[in-house]
Design a protein around this ligand. Structure first.
Ligand code: AMP
Ligand code: ZN
Length: 113
């Protein structure tokens, strides 16, 4: 399967990795939308948020915990940050491998565009 995030998780494609363990990898977004823009992905290929089912619940929770840990390490936790999951074309999803956006370092607007 041709998947850019599977390639990053497997080390076949270079990325600026900030955290990794057996389950997830976190790396800087190549086209950052904020001073801090990190993506947290599962190593397993899950197409998107809609494909997250009961067996993935612990993994999904771990992604949230890792995002918080990375936010602490990158110094944006106390000021606050935003976590985003885009699903499908209308949701703005462009890479069809589950990824949690961690955005911070500037004030976020609401509603998002
Ligand atoms: P989404 O639009 O929610 O699917 O987000 C996909 C994100 O992946 C975008 O913010 C892209 O900039 C980012 N992206 C795509 N390819 C790469 C890559 N090779 N390394 C890092 N980030 C990437
Ligand atoms: Zn994948």
């Amino acid at each position: 399967m041709n998947c850019v995030f599977c390639d990053i998780a497997a080390g076949r494609r270079q990325a600026a990795i900030v955290y990794e363990d057996e389950q997830v990898v976190a790396f800087h977004d190549i086209n950052p939308q904020a001073p801090v823009h990190v993506l947290v992905i599962p190593r397993a290929h899950i197409p998107g948020p809609l494909a997250v089912e009961a067996p993935h619940e612990a993994l999904a929770g771990h992604m949230l915990a890792v995002a918080g840990q990375v936010a602490q390490e990158l110094g944006i936790a106390s000021d606050g940050y935003r976590l985003v999951l885009n699903q499908g074309t209308m949701g703005g999803q462009s890479v069809f491998h589950l990824h949690l956006h961690l955005l911070g370092g500037r004030r976020m607007r609401w509603p998002p565009g």
